[in-house]
Design a protein around this ligand. Sequence first.
Ligand code: HEM
Length: 408
Amino acid sequence: MSSNIQAQAGLPVFDHDFVQHLHTRNAQLRSTTPVQRMVTHQGMEVWVITRYDDARAALADHRLGKNAIRTQEVVNAKLPPDADHGEFATELAVHMLNMDIPDHTRLRKLVVKAFTARRVESMRPHIEQISAALLDAIPDKSDVNLLDAFAFPLPTQVISEMLGVDESRRDDFRAWTNTILDASDEQALQHAVQSASAYMVELIATKRREPADDLITALIEARDDEDRLSEQELIATVFLLLVAGHETTVNLIGNGVLALLRNPEQWAALVADPGLVPDAVEEMLRFDGPVIHGTLRHTIEPVEYGGVEIPAGEIVWVGLSAGSNDPERFAEPDRFDITRDARGHLAFGHGIHFCLGAQLARLEAQIALRQLVERFPNLRAVGSLDDVQWRFSSLIHGLQELRVCLAE
Ligand code: HEM
């Protein structure tokens, strides 16, 4: 790894230190080189866009593609020969997030017919129940890792129930997702992809035999004139929804509670007026959103951003955290302020791939935060908040753990 990085000396490296000091490092990039070539820890060269206006425009730019097979080819060409050339263009990858127009338009239109605003809103009482039950079940409230005990199980239970995933298989699913997202061991990756696919096939077959009032049945039944989701598309879409439901909202809750603990006067304001919760969630998304960069895009043709030309066939990361903390768009961006108007942040992306689960994620986070505020107004950190460790990932921005005392 180190030899790859040295081979491209002079470029900043997206490494552990970068993740640990994300706000400062993003601020440096924004002010000096808003469109910056960087090297990932695997030695891959990418272009990182960090200013709000550029990032927003890039997210809606059809010259930046997401087609899985083409992206894989570009990634492989960009990785040094001795690096591990993973394969993410697997059978689980034929979903909308890996497609460009017009394939994306077709698939998203079908999925939206099943994943409706009404279906999400109808989950509200059930999410409240799951959230309360998780908080009740914490045995010792004096020292709790909020991520494991609450922020992770909440969204995973919700999406598993929405889809109809068997409770006994949820741990398996968590293990497969981790292996697939981590993608560091080729053999383990293949095994996880095969196991996850086999389970999706089984799940879909069960719903075909016994239709239920759940999201998989709705996806099976979704029609647009004569068109519908193929078996392969169903499998990949269910997988995408499960993964998206597993890895993101947990960090919205975790990162947001950390920001509130670091700004006790904001916590006190929420305790005094829980009606501020929806605004607080928007500020949590803006300030420390769960996705560091957008997922990978590749340049289909040359593009110009911030006065810099990026040739065709390059990998681009659109900085969602960096853009959402740009002082040109949000005054004093490093000040966490639940009373500011945080709308317009890029945490859910922008353009055709704007997060399909945004309404669900907001609902879950609002319910979680409201219950924490109302039940545990004296919530406080266990240990020093200066020592918190961020997970090392080029995609997800989340904490390794968040220890709190939930004294009532
Ligand atoms: C897409 C963020 C939760 C489903 C995206 C994208 C972002 C994002 C940034 C666009 C990626 C890109 O343009 O490359 C988030 C955040 C979440 C969250 C921050 C939580 C706080 C969820 C949940 C679901 C979901 C709970 C569903 C269960 C999706 C889907 C797409 C997507 C299906 C692909 C949309 C498309 O390609 O048209 N999400 N997400 N997300 N998200 Fe989310």
